[in-house]
Design a protein around this ligand. Structure first.
Ligand code: KG4
Ligand code: ZN
Length: 366
């Protein structure tokens, strides 16, 4: 039986500061790791008034929150009889890419400082792979699997051969699914981020009340496009100004519920249509499907995927939106990527992730 180690995961790629203490066996073990503590600070309220994430505000707030979160997480797992401190950490995983460069740098520098103080090994984590690999936090899925990664910055279909070997099959050529939710929500006056809000309001709506376009519907590739659906919503609001929600009360109207349900349904239909093409073209019909990333929390998306595919595996909602547990879990699973101290002090953040055809799949800064 292999030894269990204590991993600290640090996530600061966008606007959530999140850290986690995870205990588990090194490697792609079948034994599930144990989340000892997960603490996050969401900056949603700080970015709300700007209608999107402001990179400088995000980076500054990661700096303010990281040290207290670290202190709190150790307090939360320590009892009068057993104390855990940074000295007990065996490995640190930190998101190095993709994401917003300033926010990423705050996490990477925190990880390197801890490494310097306690001579700890580090893993620089690919945030996108970590989103899908989070499935292993509480479920068993074998490789290869077909991955659907839907987040605020990315929408990708990937073939996962191992924790480090992912093949990009297709995805969005413009906006990500989460961006379509967030930009649509902004047009409606629902604030930022809007995915969860649209999900809630849509529950009382009729998805067939309005027709929104499915981007690249007739193309035979697995490329997705969400710019048209957003433009179509903008035109609808221009023609129907009463759709704009000025107050919480004005959100609670049937027409808003119906628009949310129809808009959400168009985003989901496009994803399913293109996932089917990617599955067929990559001959993945018999493979397990894993759906992860913030948008994988969406209740309509989950219902539709269950209808269209046999037994899709969804990352648990608590591990779908950005979190330190998925980063610690990824670091634990990839011993081949561990960088020992002091060589790891050269670890750096990168903003971008190159996808198929070298298109840049990231709305972050460079
Ligand atoms: O994975 P994530 O936390 O951050 C990125 O890596 O981008 O995803 C955030 C995205 C946001 O666009 C947010 O609106 C969306 O996930 N989201 C949802 C839901 N919950 C979060 N979208 C649709 N329905 C939800 N329930
Ligand atoms: Zn993410």
């Amino acid at each position: 039986m292999s030894k269990k180690i204590l991993v600290l995961g640090i996530e600061t790629s966008c606007d959530d500061t999140s850290i986690c203490l995870l205990r588990g066996e090194i490697g792609a073990s079948k034994q599930r790791p144990e989340v000892l503590a997960l603490q996050s600070f969401s900056q949603d309220l700080l970015h709300h008034k700007w209608g999107g994430v402001v990179p400088e505000i995000a980076a500054r707030n990661h700096l303010v929150k990281l040290a207290p979160l670290l202190e709190n997480i150790f307090k939360s797992v320590s009892t009068s009889s057993s104390n855990l401190s940074p000295k007990n950490i065996d490995l640190i995983g930190v998101t190095t890419y993709p994401g917003l460069l300033g926010p990423l740098l705050t996490g990477v520098n925190a990880a390197k400082t801890l490494s310097l103080l306690y001579k700890l090994p580090l893993v620089g984590v690919n945030h996108l792979y970590a989103h899908l690999e989070a499935i292993h936090l509480d479920q068993s899925v074998s490789y290869p699997y077909f991955g659907v990664l839907v987040s605020g910055g990315h929408s990708l279909f990937l073939l996962a051969h191992s924790p480090t070997n992912f093949e990009v099959l297709g995805g969005t050529i413009d906006d990500a699914a989460g961006e379509a939710f967030d930009k649509g929500g902004k047009l409606l006056g629902l604030g930022y981020p809007a995915g969860q809000k649209i999900d809630q309001l849509a529950k009382q709506g009729d998805a067939s009340a309005f027709t929104f376009p499915i981007g690249l519907r007739h193309s035979k590739t697995s490329e997705l496009s969400y710019s048209g659906v957003k433009t179509s919503l903008r035109s609808l609001i221009e023609a129907t100004p009463e759709l704009y929600c000025h107050t919480v009360e004005s959100q609670n109207r049937q027409i808003v519920y119906d628009v949310c349900a129809s808009y959400q349904n168009a985003i989901t239909e496009a994803l399913i249509l293109k996932a089917k093409i990617a599955i067929k073209q990559s001959n993945s019909q018999k493979l397990p499907i894993v759906v992860g990333g913030g948008v994988a929390c969406n209740s309509h998306l989950r219902t539709c995927f269950k209808k269209e595919f046999s037994n899709p595996n969804f990352v648990s909602p608590k591990f779908c939106t950005d979190n330190g547990a998925m980063i610690a879990n990824y670091a634990l699973r990839v011993p081949e990527l561990v960088l020992a101290y002091p060589d790891n002090l050269v670890l750096d953040a990168k903003g971008r992730f190159l996808q198929k055809n070298n298109a840049i799949a990231n709305r972050g800064e460079t």
